[in-house]
Design a protein around this ligand. Structure first.
Ligand code: SF4
Ligand code: MG
Length: 284
């Protein structure tokens, strides 16, 4: 990780030491040193702390993969579910207990591969959930097979001659599915990750964060260096209410933009349920 200056590393350690997020830490994370997922976890600690959420009101639901271990590392309630099924479990929790803050965390294989059928329906229904997709473009836990976001040509245990399928782009999928908050982050940008997770939790409706989170052990193609060389902040003039412009910016591969692409305030699933209940009570 030679692109990180020594000063930046020292600043990071000092910031972590001074951080108030200790309250939110639980079991010691078991990820490999340097794994991008640490930034997402720290971002969630900071968001929970900033928003003064109480652990009793907080639930993290995950699927399977290295990201699946997330609920063990943060206070509150947690559920390490089945592969690809974190979203339906989370929607059930939210429907039963609408006052809880419910966060779904998963990887690229879990979210847009095995569980890819659940993502559009949570987005179009505008469930009041936050979904953080930690994208390392590989199946890390099972030691390096191509995933739905692996670039074409990428060599792996299951693609020794290079990946022959085109990658999915989770940011454009979220926009196409009707998500009401869509952001892309990169785990090197710690402050941005924390800020956008905080705003995503505050958003009333389905909020999606596509976090580019390199696997430093099994992915030799999508690395901190390769991602860093193509990422750029969204243009300042971008209007976050403009879904079609957000879509064209999200499709760009050079540069790969990061930041808040889109946000709109429309009634959430909870609001619609309340409306229906109020209507039924009136007609009684
Ligand atoms: Fe992270 Fe990759 Fe290690 Fe899994 S295998 S913990 S994704 S670095
Ligand atoms: Mg993965």
């Amino acid at each position: 990780m030679s692109f990180l200056s020594k000063q930046k590393v020292i600043d990071g350690f000092q910031k972590a030491k001074a951080s108030k997020t200790k309250e939110w830490r639980d079991n010691l994370p078991t990820w490999c040193p340097g794994c991008g997922h640490f930034t997402g976890l720290h971002g969630l600690y900071e968001a929970a702390e900033t928003l003064k959420i109480l652990p009793k009101d907080f639930v993290v639901v995950s699927g399977i993969g290295c990201s699946g271990r997330f609920p063990f590392f943060i206070k509150g309630f947690g559920l390490h579910g089945l592969h690809g099924r974190a979203i339906p479990i989370a929607t059930g929790i939210k429907v039963a207990s609408p006052d809880l803050t419910v966060v779904v965390v998963g990887g690229d294989g879990d979210g847009v591969g095995i569980g890819g059928g659940h993502f559009p329906h949570a987005a179009r229904s505008n469930f009041n959930l936050t979904y953080i997709l930690l994208d390392n473009s590989i199946y890390g836990l099972t030691k390096g097979q191509v995933s739905p976001t692996s670039p074409m040509g990428m060599k792996s245990g299951t693609s020794p001659y290079g990946n022959i399928a085109r990658p999915l782009n989770p940011t454009t999928l979220a926009l196409a599915y009707g998500a009401t908050f869509v952001a892309r982050t990169f785990s090197r940008e710690r402050d941005m990750v924390s800020d956008l997770i905080t705003r995503a939790i505050q958003h009333k409706g389905f909020s999606f964060i596509h976090d580019l989170s390199p696997c430093v052990v099994f992915n030799k193609d999508v690395t901190y260096g390769s991602v860093n060389s193509v990422t750029a902040q969204l243009p300042e003039e971008h209007d976050i209410l403009d879904r079609s412009n957000a879509m064209s910016l999200a499709e760009s591969t050079e540069p790969v933009y990061q930041g808040l692409f889109f946000q709109e305030e429309i009634p959430s699933f909870d609001d619609h349920v309340k409306q229906v209940k109020d209507g039924l009570n009136k007609s009684d």
